[in-house]
Design a protein around this ligand. Structure first.
Ligand code: GLP
Length: 245
């Protein structure tokens, strides 16, 4: 894993936005994989500003988001789809037909996941996947477990993950769905390039485990050690536990 340590959250957002802009400039039809969460908010703000300034064009790009709550339609205010509309999609010139999302309200969640995998394949696979990480090492909604599902699948959320998502539901943990749809670790590892982003002291332990620990399904992000093109972009606080700095 190529580790890049930057001063703070803004420096991290600047570096990752520059990577996305460079990728889209070189190849306008890039297929992007996108995360939600607090971490990418500053990054999306920079991409929106760059687009407003005419520095990046999304018109040919495609996007696939990592995950969505099960049971929530995309127009539910707490859905990840709504989050993406607020922070990115509503402000850039992505073509609506090239924005792809797992439909949390699908009647048949398993069939919905199969549809999503097929759509990713049809698009030619994900060129650049941006990833956040949960404090327990989850990526997407692939929670620590004895075994992990490779492809997109319905997933059960860990209690801590539901707590950290409560903000989207006006702080009500009980309102956070217990299940979600998520790309699998195989979907993630099939991406041609991956940028894992983490900021803040709360991520220091899990970043250490991800980079320097054993490859284990108990820390799903540690599987990224098996991929040849992963850049980890972290601020100094999230890098605090790393041996080599
Ligand atoms: C959420 C999402 C992940 C995200 C992670 C970290 O539950 N499913 O895709 O990367 O938690 O979130 P944050 O960036 O808010 O720390």
């Amino acid at each position: 894993m190529n580790v890049r340590i930057l001063k703070d959250e803004q420096a991290v957002a600047r570096a990752v936005a520059a990577r996305v802009i460079k990728t889209l400039t070189a190849r306008p039809a890039t297929v992007l994989g996108l995360p939600t969460g607090r971490t990418p908010v500053a990054l999306y703000a920079r991409l929106v500003a760059a687009h407003a300034a005419g520095r990046v064009d999304f018109s040919q790009a495609s996007t696939f988001n990592l995950d969505e709550f099960l049971g929530l339609p995309g127009d539910h205010p707490a859905s990840y789809r709504a989050f993406m509309e607020t922070h990115l999609f509503g402000h850039v010139n992505l073509s609506p037909r090239r924005i792809h999302f797992l439909n949390g309200a699908a009647r048949d969640p398993v069939a919905e996941c199969a549809r999503y995998e097929a759509a990713i394949r049809r698009a030619g696979g994900i060129d650049l996947l941006l990833l956040g990480i949960g404090t327990n090492g989850h990526i997407g909604f692939n929670e620590p477990a004895a075994g992990l599902v490779a492809d997109s699948h319905p997933a059960r959320l860990a209690a801590g993950t539901r707590r950290s998502n409560a903000e989207l539901f006006d702080g009500r943990v009980q309102a956070v769905p217990r299940r979600a749809l998520s790309m699998g670790v195989g979907t993630i590892l099939r991406s041609r390039a991956i940028v894992l982003v983490a900021t803040g002291a709360g991520k220091a332990d899990v970043i250490k485990a991800t980079v320097e620990g054993l490859v284990t399904t108990r820390v799903p992000a540690s599987l990224l050690q098996l991929h040849g093109a992963v850049d980890l972009v972290v601020d100094e606080a999230a890098a605090a536990g790393l041996r080599r700095r």
